[in-house]
Design a protein around this ligand. Structure first.
Ligand SMILES: Cc1cc2nc3c(=O)[nH]c(=O)nc-3n(C[C@H](O)[C@H](O)[C@H](O)COP(=O)(O)OP(=O)(O)OC[C@H]3O[C@@H](n4cnc5c(N)ncnc54)[C@H](O)[C@@H]3O)c2cc1C
Ligand code: FES
Length: 224
């Protein structure tokens, strides 16, 4: 979905927007995939009422959106050759991140993980940016058969990831460097007021919507 409007509040890759939809009390959080001028690109999967309503909207529909939410990724520790790992709906925020890292002259490797070929998206877009791209599908119908951890390259300087919790647990065991994880936690207010997304970390309680969604590897308390 491409939206036009005031994008000046969007600063860092990994930030999200929160979309107000008619008849639904809670806004729906979606990651910023790309932003250029007044154009904002969001990619979403239809899950329930909110995303279904979004998919049925006609061109020209006006939306009430809070932008500039969350901390986003910190690009400073990336090193020369960062690795970006996106799983499913965790792929979109990797796109703006890749663009920003490439603009800094980094060599960017991307691993994109999906269940099956029908779900694969943005492989060509990442290649067009100039990233080294590997795609995995669990059923082997496209790219490398298996999980993102089956396609990790050698020699990366740092990693960034967004995706589901099982992928995070596997990645945390497989990765060799420091890095940052972006959590897609269920949210209430989405801007730090309700504590509905609070979670315990090694550096105290954090609100995923406000102090996250990006947490550094070193501060995450792994349950297993
Ligand atoms: C920071 C962040 C970034 C996200 N980025 C993307 C993205 O780029 N693309 C994308 O497809 N999805 C993304 N999600 C997940 C997306 O918010 C949910 O899929 C969506 O809100 C589902 O709403 P629904 O009404 O269709 O589903 P319902 O199941 O009807 O939603 C019911 C409630 O649960 C919440 N909810 C349901 N699933 C999730 C979920 N996985 N994560 C968080 N809240 C959920 C909804 O916001 C809503 O409040 C992101 C979530 C977070 C927290
Ligand atoms: S959702 Fe309300 S504080 Fe995070």
């Amino acid at each position: 979905m491409i939206l036009s409007g005031d994008t000046s509040g969007i600063k860092n890759p990994g930030e999200f927007v929160n979309i107000k939809l008619d008849g639904l009390y809670l806004r729906r959080p979606i990651s910023v995939c790309d932003v250029e001028g007044d154009k904002l690109t969001l990619i979403y999967k239809v899950i329930g009422k909110g995303t279904e309503a979004m998919s049925e909207m006609s061109e020209g529909t006006e939306l009430m959106i809070l932008t500039g939410l969350g901390n986003g990724y910190d690009l400073t520790p990336a090193g020369d050759s960062p690795l970006l790992v996106g799983g499913g709906v965790g792929v979109p925020p990797m796109y703006l991140l890749a663009k920003r890292l490439l603009a800094q002259g980094k060599r960017v490797s991307v691993v994109l993980g999906f269940n099956t070929e029908d779900e694969v998206f943005y492989e060509d877009e990442f290649k067009a940016l100039g990233c080294d791209v590997a795609v995995t599908t669990v059923d082997g119908s496209h790219g490398i058969k298996g999980f993102v951890t089956d396609a990790l390259p050698d020699g990366y300087s740092y990693f960034y990831t967004c995706g589901p919790m099982p992928m995070f647990r596997a990645l945390n065991k497989a990765v060799k460097t420091s890095g940052q994880f972006s959590f897609e936690e269920r949210m209430g207010c989405g801007f730090g007021a309700c504590m509905g997304c609070s979670c315990k970390t090694l550096t105290g309680y954090k609100r995923i919507c406000k102090d996250g969604p990006v947490l550094k590897r070193e501060e995450i308390l792994w349950a297993d």
